[in-house]
Design a binder for this molecule. Structure first.
Ligand SMILES: Cc1cc2nc3c(=O)[nH]c(=O)nc-3n(C[C@H](O)[C@H](O)[C@H](O)COP(=O)(O)OP(=O)(O)OC[C@H]3O[C@@H](n4cnc5c(N)ncnc54)[C@H](O)[C@@H]3O)c2cc1C
Length: 407
């Protein structure tokens, strides 16, 4: 079993498969200590249980979450829209993302997985007999890994998906670019702030996530359909200044897929999990918990040797992703226009806003959102554009003589 990528999806899958007694090799192109752009926040279990009822899926996310991993707990979401501030009771956990990921890897290693290979990039595979032979560029040189299954846990621009013929067309509105920086300042430790701002974060939002006393994670997401995404760093720095905070880190940025599931996530013995499988929640760009849940589902199907039903189960059990896409498309009708947002803010009651933010399917919210999402699809104003993909050369790793690693 070869897992490509060690974000939340790949790390948790390593753990779930090791628990099932399978041999796992995991590769990650970043160095082990690399910082990653992320807000590092997930709903508290009780909040997420409003949208996901499956206890096993919930447990897959919260099983290692303890005081070591939780940086902060918040109970209020301050949602700024069209000049109105919605104060929404919603509990969330601010994680130490690295510790969260390591909690799964440590467990996998304890169960016998070889230590993961960092600074090692997957670049392609061929079928060789009844196995897959993958090429991985490491610091020491190129190696080939033979495995029965290959899992792409390699994020929004999955190289595995591309090599396996699983990448689908990405429209610019289905993709966002997120930036984050840490900044010292005076924050309300129990509140998360989300600001919809068409002029600064078109198709996305600005956020303030309090990490610990006097330090917060500030960031913004901008849809790739807006040219403003190229200026995201400057916009974030000016937002930091505007709220009287002081940046204490570099600005990091990364793509976020907000287009929901691609048309296929399995081809033969190759499958995708996490952002590679489009599990990020389109309405808010949060994808940590759903990445782990997708891995939990994948582990069951891999260990049963039956990948055919993985795709169907992923769509069914993670309906929250499709729901998020319906809500995002409905929101897209007004998201880019300050005047529309002002009107909307006068019309939308708190409860409906809460349903949408809590990713709930309720009778008072869903039918209207579904209708609006159809209107969005009918409009089809933006033409499909394929966004350029990373290549192995961008890893900066050099090839030496090939070695074989057989598993
Ligand atoms: C700025 C920003 C803020 C965010 N904030 C939040 C938040 O607060 N809460 C939340 O839930 N979600 C948030 N998200 C989304 C969340 O980070 C992702 O949904 C989540 O990380 C998906 O996990 P993953 O494991 O599927 O993919 P990733 O975390 O993207 O991990 C994929 C890994 O694969 C590696 N990789 C890629 N290609 C290769 C290759 N060829 N070979 C080897 N390795 C490879 C990458 O280096 C990466 O480490 C945020 C995203 C961004 C950009």
């Amino acid at each position: 079993m070869l897992i490509v990528g060690l974000g939340p999806a790949g790390a948790s899958l390593s753990c779930f498969l090791s628990e099932k007694g399978l041999d796992v090799v995991a590769v990650e192109m970043r160095p082990s200590k690399a910082e990653v752009a992320c807000g590092e926040i997930i709903p508290e279990r009780s909040s997420l249980a409003e949208a996901v009822s499956d206890e096993m899926l919930l447990s897959s996310v919260y099983r290692h979450v303890d005081e070591e991993i939780v940086r902060n707990r918040t109970d209020l979401l301050e949602f700024h829209l069209g000049g109105r501030v919605y104060e929404i009771d919603y509990r969330m956990l601010v994680l130490d993302r690295k510790k969260f990921i390591n909690s799964y890897l440590d467990k996998a290693i304890e169960l016998g997985m070889k230590p993961p290979m960092f600074s090692s990039a997957f670049t392609g595979f061929i079928r060789s007999g009844d196995k897959l032979k993958s090429r991985v560029i490491t610091k020491e040189g190129t190696i080939y890994v033979r495995s029965k299954y290959l899992v792409g846990a390699d994020g929004a621009f999955s190289r595995v998906a591309r090599e396996a013929g699983l990448s689908s067309e990405m429209k610019p509105e289905d993709l966002a670019f997120g930036f984050r920086a840490l900044a010292s300042g005076r924050y309300e430790a129990s509140s998360v702030i989300m600001k919809i701002s068409p002029s600064r974060a078109p198709g996305g939002y600005l956020w303030v996530i309090p990490f610990e006393e006097g330090i917060a994670n500030l960031g913004l997401g901008i849809r790739r359909s807006s040219p403003l995404w190229r200026s995201g760093r400057e916009i974030l720095l000016s937002f930091i200044g505007e709220i009287g905070a002081k940046s204490t880190s570099n600005v990091l940025g990364r793509h976020i897929s907000v287009g929901g599931f691609p048309s296929r996530v399995v081809n033969g013995e190759v499958l995708l999990v996490g952002d590679a499988a489009g599990t990020c929640i389109p309405i808010n760009g949060g994808g940590i918990f759903s990445a782990v849940m997708s891995s939990h589902i994948a582990a069951e199907h891999i260990s049963a040797g039956d990948l055919n039903l993985y795709e169907t189960r992923l769509r069914r059990d993670l309906f929250i992703v499709s729901l998020g896409l319906v809500y995002r498309r409905a929101a897209d009708l007004v998201m880019y226009n300050e005047k529309f947002l002002k009107i909307l803010a006068r019309l939308i009651p708190s409860q409906i806003m809460r349903d949408a933010l809590a990713m709930k399917k309720t009778l008072r919210t869903y039918p209207l959102m579904k209708l609006l999402s159809w209107v969005f699809l009918l409009k089809k104003t933006r033409s499909p554009v394929l966004v350029s993909r990373r290549t192995s050369s961008s890893t900066g790793l050099h090839c030496k003589a090939p070695k074989m690693l057989l598993i």
